[in-house]
Ligand binder design. Structure first.
Ligand SMILES: Cc1ncc(C[n+]2csc(CCOP(=O)(O)OP(=O)(O)O)c2C)c(N)n1
Ligand SMILES: [Mg+2]
Length: 897
């Protein structure tokens, strides 16, 4: 029986027809069948659609049908024959399976607890092999080929294949997960940071692969539509675990795929029905659940459920009962079938209906046990992939039914299979026999690697397949530097100050960005990214200037068209306006920030967002961005717990600079003035794109308006390294040093006046642009000193900068006290920090700064208090000063308020 027919028949089962209506139904079906026979399936489809529409218009509630029966989407009669040599490919796959397993097994024997996974790849092997042999292109003209997001836990299989093809050496395989022995090794999972010429996409943190791949496919279209790269047939393939789809990141952005018609995107969900602890949906059907979700989101769904050996059973299934039975069974039971074997399957599955028992009476228990799931049958997988690459107008998801731990004997499909690291001797021997690995028993027991000679048919075949697809897939090439950063003179407007006009650093940054986008050389490479916060940051002018990217152009007349700064969308728009999704915006930032390697075009992204909703919300994605060697600027807008007035507890950010400091390649800055931003951005572009340094930037920008001064001469190095003296005391030598960052620098300046005018205390004021950079420098120097005790001691920059400047240091910041505290080890007890520890409040800046004790009065009071303790100021007088300054000594500590 044709699958199409089965699909038609199965619809009879769920709805219980009312008595007497069978004849009527049969008549309708007959008439419908006639139409299909005479005029073809598309006519049938049209009729059904028209009928449903009519029924709805007539008030008949027609249920939405997002699921199809529990069988393959592609009917057997529509399949094309397999184009490859099935036998050789099977041998290749068996060798890859063996080496993947042996790699993990050996390492765990040698070094117990080193970890690794066997069962994920064992379920994925056919899905990858068919791709490697027939679909994954290595290049398209000058552009790299298809992008593959591998399931992270399947990396042993990816390595094993690369080993067979000579892309990686035996020594590397022997050092899987031994990366610190001065020998060529392999990282546990896909990490471009650790294997920069091999891996492109970190995936092992569940959910990041699916999300990033959607935005990657979208960014590819963006580059094509803007004419930056040629349009190619390149695909983005994302291999996703079925358990992984539990993550909101995996499923949360599916709509983008269909909205943007991303037919360059293919998801392959490895539906082995298990995750780490047990079944993904023991009491349900994960494949059906995913089918409905992807259908609902507008994706093309292809289910690859059953292997070719089921086809003859379906052919016998004249009543559709087998298909009905397949749809009745829940996943936990499907898993049990694989563990318990043929006798159990006969009894529990086929035994439910006598007709089904009869249907398989000529099959042995062993044959029943071996009935293949679709994801292990190259014929079915090939046909699904072919359909997917040919499909137009929407992304495709392939839901491939597989077995976790396939071929691992007693570990197959067991709940504990994910954690299986070592096989017993007997299991190794059984594995060797099942997959016909030509090694002696002793070598099997040792889990020896096996690679046939280069001229063996398998290797010759595999290489030839790859050559025809453009070469090795796993090569990440970064083109040599050819980029010239714009000189600092190009930032002249930002350096000149605001001539008394009050502006915020955010406004200053937006003007700078506008200028940069006009640059004839690099302007087009800038990618502004915003998660629905453009107006918050005053970016309307940029929207008008370069437009918002919209793959379909602007299909409506915006209501503000007659205004200068109207809402402009365009097919070649430059801005990525992502809507309210920091995760999506970060995924775009990742695609753009790695484009220098993935598309060989040095795109420069500026991701500007509400700083509170950055690192703490999407920190894992930032980590993966750093692993990917991403470049670009994260601009934390409306920064500062007391500068963002009114918004209160959930909005006021006093800790993003703490979180950003944890990312090794992230360089964090907290500038006070627009010229500081200009110096940092210019140098950043130079270092990232001209010098090809693997780094990116986090820069806070604030919304407090004040006059921006012109850049003082000679402070560029200090800005970049983290500190420079902004305003010395005009008279005597200062006895106190005041550090300020961001808008709190203004409070430090006011404190300088208060101290001088009211209390005769002289202070110098310093702008600290980055405690984080100063700390990293000090740590590096301290380490050098520790490792070179016989050589003259070096001094960290913070001490060189402060040379000869005496007295206590009061450091005030709109961030937590731990930010300045980073320098405490080198400041020998001189440091007093004022910061914004604790929950924010909705109020204005004046009250917020008093509450958090970071206003000028609190800074001055802290200086006097410390001088008093040091015996340099009268203690009683200091106590009175606090009162004069409105500093309440008995107020609750804001850190716990
Ligand atoms: C964000 C995150 N949480 C938890 C884990 C730990 N973890 C590793 S594999 C795994 C189960 C994966 O199941 P599935 O996605 O179905 O993949 P399979 O191995 O079954 O193919 C879990 C929970 C992780 N890697 N990432
Ligand atoms: Mg799984």
């Amino acid at each position: 029986m044709a699958t199409q027919e089965i699909n038609n028949r199965i619809l009879e089962f769920p709805a219980q027809p009312e008595t007497g209506s069978e004849e009527e139904v049969a008549e309708w079906i007959e008439a419908f069948d006639q139409v299909i026979e005479d005029e073809g399936p598309s006519r049938g489809c049209h009729l059904m659609e028209a009928l449903i529409e009519h029924a709805r218009a007539s008030g008949v509630e027609v249920p939405l049908q997002l699921n199809t029966p529990y069988v393959n989407t592609i009917p057997v009669e529509e399949e094309v024959p397999y184009p490859g040599d099935r036998q050789i490919e099977r041998r290749l796959k068996s060798l890859t399976r063996w080496n993947a397993m042996a790699m993990v097994h050996r390492q765990n024997k040698k070094d117990p607890g080193i970890g690794g996974h066997i069962s994920t790849y064992s379920s994925l092997a056919t899905l990858l092999e068919v791709g490697f042999n027939h679909f994954f292109h290595a290049r398209y003209g000058d552009q790299p080929g298809d992008f593959i997001y591998f399931q992270g836990h399947a990396s042993p299989g990816v390595y094993a294949r690369a080993y067979l093809l000579g892309r990686i050496t035996e020594e590397q395989v022997q050092n899987f997960r031994h990366e610190l022995r001065d020998l060529p090794a392999l990282s546990s999972y896909p990490h471009p940071w650790l294997m920069p010429d091999f891996w492109r996409f970190p995936t092992v943190s569940m959910g990041l692969g699916p999300l990033n791949s959607i935005y990657q496919a979208r960014f590819m279209r963006y580059l094509e539509n803007r004419g930056i790269i040629p349009r190619t047939p390149r695909k983005v393939w994302a291999f996703v675990g079925d358990g992984e789809t539990d993550e909101p990141e995996s499923m949360g952005s599916l709509w983008l795929g269909s909205r943007e018609k991303l037919d360059n995107l293919i998801f392959v969900v490895n539906c082995n029905l298990q995750r780490l602890d047990g079944p993904v949906r023991g009491n349900g059907n994960v494949i059906q659940e995913l089918e409905a979700a992807f259908h609902g989101a507008g994706w093309n769904v292809i289910k690859v459920m059953w292997g070719s050996d089921w086809d003859r059973l379906f052919a016998r299934d004249r009543s559709g009962l087998l298909v009905k039975r397949l749809g009745e069974v829940v996943d936990g039971e499907y898993q049990t079938y694989k563990v318990k074997g043929g006798e159990y399957i006969r009894r529990e599955f086929f035994g439910k209906y006598p007709e089904l028992l009869e249907m398989v009476s000529d099959l042995s228990d062993d044959e029943l046990h071996r009935l293949t799931r679709g994801g292990h049958d190259p014929q079915k997988v090939y046909n699904a992939y072919k359909r997917a690459v040919e499909h137009e107008g929407s992304p495709t998801v392939i839901l491939a039914h597989t077995v976790k731990g396939y071929g691992l004997g007693s570990a197959e499909a067991r709940n504990a299979t994910h954690q299986e690291k070592k096989l017993a001797d007997q299991a190794l021997i059984a594995f060797r026999s099942r997959f016909e690995i030509p090694i002696p028993e002793t070598a099997a027991k040792e889990g020896s690697l096996y690679r046939p000679p280069d001229d063996s048919p398998e290797i010759v075949y595999a290489r030839k397949r790859r050559e025809e697809l453009g070469g090795f897939l796993l090569i990440r090439e970064v083109p040599p530097p050819s980029f010239q950063a714009p000189p600092l003179t190009e930032f002249a407007d930002s350096m000149a100050g605001s001539k008394g006009r009050t502006v915020s650093t955010t406004m200053g940054f937006v003007s700078m960005l506008r200028q940069l986008m006009k640059d004839p050389k690099i302007g087009k490479l800038i990618v502004p990214i915003i998660p629905d916060e453009g107006r918050t940051f005053g970016m309307e002018s940029i929207i008008r200037q370069v437009g918002i990217y919209a793959s379909q152009g602007q299909l409506y007349k915006p209501h503000d068209l007659d205004m200068l700064l109207y809402y402009r969308e365009a097919k070649d728009g430059q801005i990525l306006e992502e809507g309210i999704t920091e995760a999506g915006a970060m995924a775009s930032f990742t695609a753009a920030g790695t484009a220098y390697a993935n598309y060989k075009v040095p795109m420069i992204p500026f991701f500007t967002y509400y700083s509170m909703f950055g690192f703490q919300r999407i920190g894992d994605m930032v980590w993966a961005f750093a692993d990917s060697r991403g470049k670009g600027f994260m601009m934390g807008g409306t920064a500062g717990r007391t500068t963002l007035a009114g918004e209160g507890l959930q909005h006021q950010d006093g800790h993003s600079l703490v979180l950003s400091s944890t990312v090794p390649t992230c360089h964090s800055y907290d500038p006070a003035y627009v010229y500081e931003i200009a110096v940092i951005v210019q140098d950043g572009i130079r270092r990232m794109y001209q010098e090809l340094e693997d780094r990116f930037y986090y820069i806070t920008i604030y919304n407090e308006d004040y006059a921006m001064p012109e850049i003082p001469s000679g402070c560029e190095e200090g800005i970049l390294r983290g500190i420079y003296r902004y305003k010395s005391t005009p008279e005597d030598k200062a006895v106190v040093q005041l550090f300020g960052s961001g808008p709190i620098l203004n409070e430090a300046l006011r404190a300088q006046s208060i101290l001088a005018e009211k209390y005769g205390v002289q202070a110098d004021v310093w702008s600290v642009t980055s405690y984080n950079e100063l700390r990293r420098d000090a740590l590096a120097i301290e380490r050098w000193n520790r490792l070179h005790p016989s050589q003259p001691e070096k001094r960290p920059y913070i001490l060189t900068a402060l040379d000869g400047d005496e007295g206590p240091i009061v450091a005030a910041t709109d961030y937590m006290k731990v930010v300045p505290d980073q320098l405490a080890p080198w400041l020998h007890g001189r440091l007093i920090t004022l910061g914004t520890d604790g929950f924010g409040r909705s109020d204005n800046r004046e009250h917020l700064r008093r509450h958090f004790e970071v206003n000028a009065e609190s800074i001055a009071a802290a200086a006097l208090s410390r001088l008093a303790r040091d015996g340099k100021f009268d203690a009683q007088r200091a106590q009175e000063a606090l009162e004069e300054l409105g500093v309440d000594s008995e107020k609750i500590d804001p850190a716990i308020a």
